[in-house]
Design a protein around this ligand. Sequence first.
Ligand code: PMP
Length: 403
Amino acid sequence: MSWFSSVELGPPIEVFQLTKQFQEDDFPQKVNLGVGAYRTDEGKPWVLPVVRAAEKTLANDDTLNKEYLPVLGLDLFSSLSTKMLLGNDSAAVTENRAFGVQTLSGTGALRVGAEFLATYLGRTVFYYSKPTWENHRLIFLNAGFKEAKEYRYWHEEKHGLDIEGLLEDLNNAPEGAVIILHACAHNPTGCDPTQEQWGQIAKVIREKKLFPFFDSAYQGFASGDLDKDAWAVRSFVNQGFELFCAQSYAKNFGLYNERTGNLSIVLNNAAHIPAVKSQITWTVRGMYSNPPSHGARIVAHVLNSKDLFEQWRGNIQTMSSRIIEMRKRLREELETLRTPGNWNHITEQIGMFSYTGLNQSQSQHMVKKHHVYMLKSGRISMCGITPNNVKYVAASIYETLTA
Ligand code: PMP
């Protein structure tokens, strides 16, 4: 007899399964467009030079030790992170109405924030965009939310934002519902609202008394400009919203496996901060007790030095401009081949991902016939495209759509 005989096999996680299949494939021209991680022009992972430099300095600092960090993490890290998100001159910062909590990357920030909202504010309903990053639903349900709802986002025919559908769905949301919003570079569509559309979204959220929970996984990585990519969050804060924002340093610092993130919390009354902080301390205490230090020390070291900060901005530029260039090249190749359809969306979308418009069977054909690994939804990671494989990828899409 075993206690475990009743456990059934769980479904695979698509993106990890795809990477495994890619690794096992010995086709020489195979291309991995599944994984959401930066690659160089040579298709290699990249440790940011500024991160290497910071690691060397930290390794030689004998005053640092391996003692536990506080439950809410490294203060310098979380306060600099919140300032980076909101801007140094943000009223929320100067009026001490905002603070940060160091978390286990962006996922951990979402989880801590969601659990706090479910436990201490009794929130039960959350909304995520259709489609969204596949983990939002699971994180919020595991955190204690009861009802997962979608708001319309992607318009199939327009290959763009379904703003009418989005506004209608938010308009019908019950008071107090938590609305997950991608701060920039929407994953998986690469399609963000315009500033005017953000204004419309803010209006509904205010009128219907909903709670905005931003997810900022790509600040700086999307456009190359830290301020531009924080525009939506800052505009909500400037309009006086109370909000949460999950920040990840996986992409913009390349610290994927260091699990370095921050939960920024903006309130409209500084007097509420001590109580909120104390209860979040208990949320974290019961979840993982306290966070790891390595990634947070690197980020704090860089954000705290004018010189290293500039170097980091240069590294971000390198990554974002390579991706923007690859978008241009892919579109050019597709248009040169006269691939059926309109390919404007490839260059109009922003960030790491692009929704190609290929349907499920076409995406699977790309994998099976051409060894171009992409998600069933038609999402590709632009990071996997290089000057060496862009023609091959375009030709594969052409064949798939004309076969
Ligand atoms: N949110 C979104 C939209 C993402 O794309 C990601 C990364 N794939 C995350 C959050 C969190 O990632 P991490 O936990 O690695 O920071």
